[in-house]
Design a protein around this ligand. Structure first.
Ligand code: GDP
Ligand code: IMO
Ligand code: MG
Length: 423
């Protein structure tokens, strides 16, 4: 049985958490393959809102096993808070939340290094969530990191102390003012480790491949979005992992020939949080309306998200890099009420019209060229069947399907699990 992938095609926050939750009933295992607590995946059902950062979005279902894969970086402090939120809602997880021994740990000093690195960059800062993601992946590729499996060894504290000591020296190098109380941070960290150790640590690549052999259905859940990918995103304004389909292979130990469907999630418009180029960004009242109606504030940091029209050049690029087989269009309801809806179909790149994503998409090089569509007035939020969708929305969707060559299989019309229309 193949493994299906679900990943974001823009700059994150496309609505991955919501759709993983909707699809979980069709799967035996949900496995997160990269990223860490920089992610904020929102799920809304039965009048409750949950935001998950590290825990896979299938955790609210009775049967599915949720795996935190080797490609993920875990902050025990944040992880503990996530588990306590599940406790509060009486959601059982002990037997259905499994952690890869090969997942790396975010130390308190990784967060401090993230803060110092950003502060030292001044105006050129990435706009990181400051969760220690970059420094942790640097230690991973630099072969200095601490992994979940190390916690099963008697000497894990020695390893922790040595790495922390090194980080403190590195902090001095940045020569910026980062305030901290190491003792408090360590107490919090150790409490997090104690909680983490109540869960089962597994050899996740073995577990998942056994599951594949026994015909279990697996859905791999991505974090961030393709334009934040360390290789294919808008570097250096990206995150530190491969958010694209290949990241699921390395982040779970699954071979490429085991991949089935690739579900690509995108918003009917575009958002971005943090710094970096964004060709279709709006600074007018249309952008302000998207932000207001779409409640565009980060689920992890609460920062306002920048908003703009759909960028088909960027979307097609993401579809190509990921091999997307099905599209899911989110937040369609937010576009109700616009007289005209625009989609970027061409870039004017230094005076020349191009239809691919060039190396440099800074505003001085790229001006988006738009196709215009008639809007619709209907409120979509209580619709539940595709034949209720307004004709002008259907025209918009058909255009996207024709341009990308990929069918739009889900149209999301609100944040609740139920506000999901299959096409
Ligand atoms: P993720 O990181 O991809 O899981 O997405 P986030 O949870 O960070 O951001 C998506 C936001 O949009 C959340 O607040 C969701 O509750 C909300 N949302 C998801 N789908 C829809 C939708 O179709 N319509 C509206 N209005 N909100 C949605
Ligand atoms: P989900 O999974 C949106 C952005 C940050 C910053 C850049 C680097 O919820 O879609 P990092 O903390 O990784 O060093 O930040 O990436 N970023 C996200 N933006 N959604 C996310 O995750 C993000 N995770 C990181 O804002 O610009
Ligand atoms: Mg998010």
């Amino acid at each position: 049985m193949a493994v299906d992938l679900l990943l974001g095609l823009q700059w994150g926050d496309e609505g991955k958490g919501k759709i993983v939750d909707v699809l979980t009933k069709e799967y035996d295992i949900i496995a997160r393959f990269q990223g860490g607590p920089n992610a904020g995946h929102t799920l809304i059902f039965d009048g409750n809102k949950h935001v998950l950062h590290t825990i896979p979005s299938g955790i609210f279902h009775d049967k599915a096993i949720n795996v935190v894969g080797n490609g993920v970086v875990i902050d025990p402090v944040i992880f503990k808070k996530e588990l306590e939120n599940l406790d509060k809602h009486k959601i059982p997880y002990t037997n259905k939340l499994l952690i890869s021994r090969k997942a790396h740990l975010i130390l308190p000093t990784h967060r401090l290094l993230d803060a110092a690195s950003e502060a030292s960059k001044g105006k050129a800062k990435i706009g990181s969530t400051l969760k220690g993601i970059g420094p942790t992946y640097m230690d991973k590729t630099g072969r200095n990191g601490m992994r979940v499996g190390d916690l099963e060894l008697d000497n894990w504290k020695e390893k922790y102390d040595a790495l922390t000591e090194k980080h403190i020296k590195m902090l001095d190098f940045f020569n910026v003012d980062v305030q901290y109380n190491l003792k408090e941070l360590e107490e919090e960290f150790c409490a997090g480790i104690d909680k983490l150790k109540t869960l089962q640590f597994i050899d996740s690549e073995e577990f998942l491949n056994q599951a594949i052999n026994s015909k279990k259905k697996i859905l791999a859940e991505g974090a961030q979005g393709s334009l934040l990918d360390i290789d294919f995103g808008t570097y250096p304004f990206v995150t530190s992992s491969n958010t694209t389909a290949a990241g699921a292979c390395t982040g779970l130990g699954i071979a490429p020939n085991k991949i089935g469907d690739v579900f690509g999630i995108f918003k009917a418009y575009t958002t971005r949080v943090g710094s970096g180029p964004f060709p279709t960004e709006l600074f007018d009242k249309n952008g302000a309306t998207m932000a207001k109606v779409g409640h565009e504030f980060g689920a992890t940091t609460g920062r306002a998200r920048r908003c703009g029209w759909l960028d088909l050049i960027a979307l097609k690029y993401a579809i190509q890099v990921n091999g997307v087989t099905q599209l899911m269009m989110m937040k369609s309801d937010v576009l109700s009420g616009f007289d005209t809806i625009k989609v970027c179909t061409v870039y004017n790149y230094n005076g020349e019209e191009i239809a691919h994503l060039p190396y440099n998409i800074e505003p001085e090089n790229v001006t988006p060229v738009y196709s215009e569509f008639k809007g619709w007035k209907e409120d979509l939020t209580s619709m539940n069947s595709s034949n209720q969708l307004p004709e002008n929305l259907e025209i918009y969707i058909s255009f996207i399907e024709k341009e990308t060559g990929v069918p739009v299989k889900i149209v999301s019309v609100g944040p609740d699990r139920k506000q999901t229309i299959l096409r």
